[in-house]
Design a protein around this ligand. Sequence first.
Ligand code: CMP
Length: 137
Amino acid sequence: MERTLSIIKPDAVQKSVIGKIVDRFESNGLRIAAMKKVKLSAEDAANFYAVHKERPFFKDLVEYMTSGPVVVMVLEGENAVAKNRELMGATDPKEAEPGTIRADFAESIEANAVHGSDSLENAEKEIRFFFAEREIL
Ligand code: CMP
């Protein structure tokens, strides 16, 4: 059993596809162990994406991630990290496999509907960033 962090980003929340995205997880063996809707501050977004702070898209990414509420979730299941990434599809929706969340719901490489942890180690850090242990059930 693994846990991973998923974020439904502002573009997808704005389009009212939270339920459709959650269904992809639940229909594919990923249980929602924790879930909440939050509005990130610029400081939150900059800290969460600190690994990207030297990248040219960093400032736009922080602006975008604070442009509206997001839904953060802990997904739990067998191979949850890899399974979530498979369900999301490639970062750039133009390259995402048909039937993936990003192919179906993302707007662009930046407004790409969802975030998912890229390793078990980062999943633990990212889950701790958003959730206290008592919120994960
Ligand atoms: P995410 O998987 O959340 O991780 C970093 C985010 O930066 C990525 O999804 C995109 O939303 C955003 N981003 C914007 N431009 C790029 C780019 N050129 N390459 C990778 N990520 C980008």
